[in-house]
Design a protein around this ligand. Structure first.
Ligand SMILES: Nc1nc2c(ncn2[C@@H]2O[C@H](COP(=O)(O)OP(=O)(O)O)[C@@H](O)[C@H]2O)c(=O)[nH]1
Ligand SMILES: [Mg+2]
Length: 358
């Protein structure tokens, strides 16, 4: 284990019966090494604090009780303040995070990683006992993070609450998380250049109850929004919307010109406006919206062709959806077109973000 000192920060809220097995298993994982277990409890009423105090007599356990604040992510931050180690680990207290995985996380850091994430979404990992709904919510949440916060793309499981990192990665970094997901905050705000994932199986809770409520899912969306604002990603999204609107004006203006200066028929007269607005959208997005992502190994022509392809398929999707909704479902034509426009926009945004300017 070398000369490294490990601080494990573990938030607890009503976890009385999990603490003893947790601490015992951790003590065998870290046997012979220098480590401390920092429990941050939000004033549990079930005796968690008493059990922790008893454990502190025999194991390197410290407990910090907050009485004025609640919340998982801020509890973890509170623990960081007291951590002495050069490596800091974070995990749940309820044994859903198998303590033995810490050995692999530690090994990754010793091998040169700055941040090692225990991941459910790489081969060897998983949550075998989750129902379909929970799976979809979790995957959907990761997808949103990947879409709107590009620095989270380095891991498949940015929602994990189980990880270990070099403390330097947070030096001079200001964190202000909302809700549950401290890792998300750290991936976006922290300075971790080498990030690796280690697989783990998310176990069932054997005792105690989950504190996860619908409220946390709202908090998650707020957290994404707050990080987007802090990182300029919200501005990027708004620029993309603005460019799209400018394209509509270009499209209509060219159509008007074509109608004034030519006698082309209806269908043909639309083509120049569509193509020219795609090109102006491309130029504006390439310069303003994704100006910082131009160097990702794509040439100017490569990006232009990709954007063209994406926008043309977006237009076909827009048309197809509007046609189906109005002709087959009998919806008002303007509403149908509007829904088509929104879906076409989402299509364009996804591909622009993940492909053209990835
Ligand atoms: N200090 C503190 N710990 C919390 C809070 N909410 C949850 N925890 C702890 O965070 C860990 C994960 O919480 P859990 O409810 O199991 O979340 P789930 O696994 O997503 O259902 C557990 O160790 C909880 O005891 C909180 O508000 N404050
Ligand atoms: Mg849990």
């Amino acid at each position: 284990m070398g000369e490294n000192v490990i601080s494990l920060v573990i938030p607890t809220y009503n976890e009385r019966d999990n603490l003893l097995p947790l601490v015992e298993r951790l003590s065998s994982v870290f046997a012979g090494g220098k480590y401390e277990i920092i429990l941050v409890d939000d004033n549990s009423r079930d005796g968690t604090i008493d059990v922790a105090n008893q454990l502190a007599a025999k194991y390197p356990v410290k407990i910090f009780v907050r009485t004025k604040e609640r919340g998982l992510a801020t509890a973890v931050l509170h623990g960081f303040k007291y951590a002495q180690g050069n490596f800091i680990g974070v995990m749940d207290a309820d044994l859903q995070h198998p303590p033995e995985i810490n050995a692999a996380l530690l090994k990754a850091l010793e091998g040169g990683a700055d941040l090692a994430v225990a991941s459910r979404y790489i081969p060897g990992g998983g949550c075998p006992n989750w129902g379909l709904t929970r799976r979809i919510i979790s995957k959907g949440a990761s997808f949103l993070a990947h879409l709107f916060l590009p620095s989270t793309r380095q891991v498949k499981d940015p929602m994990s609450g189980f990880f270990m990192f070099r403390r330097d990665g947070l030096e001079g970094v200001e964190l202000s998380p909302t809700g549950y997901k401290i890792l998300l905050e750290m991936l976006v705000m922290g300075k971790f250049s080498r990030v690796v994932e280690v697989p783990f199986i998310f176990e069932d809770r054997s005792t105690g109850a989950s504190k996860m409520k619908a409220r946390q899912q709202i908090d998650y969306l707020k957290h994404i929004f707050s990080l987007m604002r802090r990182k300029g990603e919200l501005a990027r999204f708004l620029k993309f919307v603005g460019v799209g609107l400018s394209g509509t004006i270009v499209n209509l203006g060219i159509l008007r010109l074509v109608n004034i200066f030519t006698d082309w028929s209806g269908y043909i007269s639309l083509i120049p406006g569509i193509e020219i607005s795609i090109i102006t959208n491309f130029a504006l997005n390439d310069y303003f919206t994704f100006g910082d992502r131009r160097s990702a190994g794509r040439t100017f022509i490569g990006r232009l062709l990709r954007f063209n392809l994406v926008s043309l398929t977006g237009a076909v999707i827009n048309y197809g959806i509007a046609a189906v909704l109005s002709q087959i479902a009998g919806l008002n034509i303007y509403l149908s077109d509007f829904i088509g426009i929104v879906i076409g926009f989402i299509w364009n945004y996804l591909w622009s973000n993940f492909w053209t300017w990835k």
